[in-house]
Design a binder for this molecule. Sequence first.
Ligand SMILES: O=C1O[C@H](COP(=O)(O)O)[C@@H](O)[C@H](O)[C@H]1O
Length: 229
Amino acid sequence: MPTEHLFVDGALAAADMARRIGVVLGDAIAARGLASIALSGGRSPRPVLEALSAAALDWEKVVVTLVDERWVKPDHADSNERLVRETLLQGEAAKARFVGMKNGAADAYAGQAACEAAFAGLPWPLDIVLLGMGEDGHTASLFPEAKELADGLSTSALTLAVTPPAAPHQRMSLSASAILKSRHIFLQIGGAAKKAVYDRALAGGPVEELPIRVALCQHAVSVEVWISE
Ligand SMILES: O=C1O[C@H](COP(=O)(O)O)[C@@H](O)[C@H](O)[C@H]1O
């Protein structure tokens, strides 16, 4: 069962999540000399990343990467790399080592091998994988009904290319096995619609129906969830 942090206000939830991330990264640096975090994109993480950017950490010892990426140029409005650069990687936090998913290949499928090679060089297990969730139950870019979902749930590769059935842009995503190669999974759930999906996912059922169950219905990695109204 995940540890739930409940907030009436999304801004308070984001501030608390940023504080907790800072503690875990600081502890990792103290214990191992290095900290690592994989970040989700979309709308939800923005206030968390802005707050985290101000954390008093030895940022040169932090590796920042992505849980998923849209196959668009890094200056595109939908780029998760752009989100991370504009929010987290500012001031002292710009000293962190960023490893993105997008490369120069023409599409995500052609770019997967180079992305996989880059991700093989990350310090696994990652200290934190920060997940979001769509109202369809997708997490990272593991979408229900995507033709790549079965592969994403079973492959031992760290990454895979995905075409979302109903969302724009090809994606690169962490696989389920990579998400679980982590010391902590943190999840953001904002609003009543996502809370209803979260409750349904927790109740159990096929992971193919609600891929967020990759994180919620397992016992190998501790999961903390920040829930706001
Ligand atoms: O497409 C994506 O969606 C989910 C949820 O995004 P949000 O905008 O509803 O917060 C996100 O976790 C994922 O990383 C992103 O690429």
